[in-house]
Design a protein around this ligand. Structure first.
Ligand code: UDP
Ligand code: MG
Length: 158
């Protein structure tokens, strides 16, 4: 009866309403990484990781735009420093596509603090410190959509 049981368990698993199964995520290459000339190497890691670039642009965020993007962190002690940093120089914003995009991209970039990020991850390789950690990656399908919409219109997606 083991086989039948496992079928039931798997069906329950795929029926979970909150499972992240979306195929899009949003990323930014942060000012420290752009400034240091790591854009090409980071895009190569994204490519090798099996992500397709749906939309991409280089721009400089105003302080107001950085505050709006990181609105969910506004009560955190690192908020002011983060906003200063994210509006200090140009960034690369992109929408990426892959099965299980949000989770797989978080694996590719590693932990928030580059010192704690696994060897070979983007933040481990290109991050400077916990604030200047080279890249942003969405933390849920819902936020991936909100963040992608913050930067890109339908006309900019392919
Ligand atoms: N951050 C920081 N100090 C901290 C934690 C986070 O400056 O102690 C910055 C860092 O740039 C991070 C961003 O705030 O990427 C958003 O924090 P979050 O906890 O969402 O980390 P992430 O999702 O980027 O791994
Ligand atoms: Mg986050």
């Amino acid at each position: 009866m083991e086989v039948e049981n496992s079928v039931i368990v798997n069906f329950a698993e795929i029926s979970k309403p909150n499972k992240m199964t979306g195929n899009k995520t949003f990323t930014m290459i942060k000012p420290n990484a752009v400034e240091k000339g790591f854009t090409g190497a980071i895009l190569a890691k994204i490519n090798e990781g099996g992500f397709r670039i749906v939309a991409m642009k280089k721009m400089k965020l105003t302080r107001e735009q950085a505050e709006a993007f990181y609105e969910i962190h506004k009560e955190r002690p690192f908020f002011a420093g983060l906003v200063d940093f994210m509006s200090s120089g140009p960034i690369i914003a992109a929408i990426l596509e892959k099965n299980n995009a949000v989770e797989d991209y978080r694996k590719l970039i590693g932990a928030t603090n580059p010192d704690e990020a696994e060897r070979g991850t983007v933040r481990n390789l290109f991050g400077t410190n916990v604030q200047m950690n080279a890249v942003h990656g969405s933390d849920s399908d819902e936020n991936a959509e909100i963040e992608g919409n913050f930067f890109f219109s339908k006309l900019e997606r392919f």
